[in-house]
Design a protein around this ligand. Sequence first.
Ligand code: F6R
Length: 247
Amino acid sequence: MKVVIVEDERQGVEMIVSDLIAVVKNKATTTVGLATGGSMETIYEELVSHGRESAVNFDEVRWFLLDEYLGLNADDPARYRAVIRKQLVDPLGLDPAHLYGPEPDLASGEDAGPKYETAIRAAGGIDLQFLGIGRDGHIGFNEPGSSLASRTRVKKLRPETREDNARYFGGHLSAVPTMAITQGIGTICDARRLVLVAWGEAKAEAIAKCVEGPVTAMAPASALQLHPHVTVVIDQGAAQQLQLKDY
Ligand code: F6R
């Protein structure tokens, strides 16, 4: 696990986007896994402006959502597919057919996981998976207690996660779905490379558990310690509780 402590979010974002562009230049058919949420927003903004300026061709890249809410209407702007369309696919002029995601229809919840795993495998697996981290250490929507071998499946969201995400539902906690479908921890760890990002002090405890804590289902991000190619990019705030920060 490579831990990169940057001066601030801006520096981290520039580094990550330059890296992604280099990866795509090297392999036009790269498959990229996309997390949603506040930590990723500046990365998508930078990718859109950088991508427009540079001559990089994203036509053959395939994009895979990490997770999706259940129970929202098909046209709800809070759906992760809609969020990624708005933040990345549309402004960068990507083909929406190249954006894949789990099927969030409640009725197909049980089948949706295996179907999505098949789609990922058919694309050759994920080359580069981006991850944020919840305050409780979740990755995707794998909440504490998730099996470290889990595959894509339906999960119930914890109250803390729903409270954190209420800001995307006009601040109304009752509007935040209670269930989601998420790539499992085993699925995430199948990606050839993982990049986890966190900005700000509110993530410091989760980052310390992820990087330095024991590998445990109670801190799902700690499973990344077992992956051979992980980069954790954090700012000074998120690095605050690392015991070996200076090392
Ligand atoms: C969303 C996702 C979540 C978020 C996490 C952090 O696709 O997978 O694990 O990455 O909840 O969210 P933010 O970045 O909003 O703090």
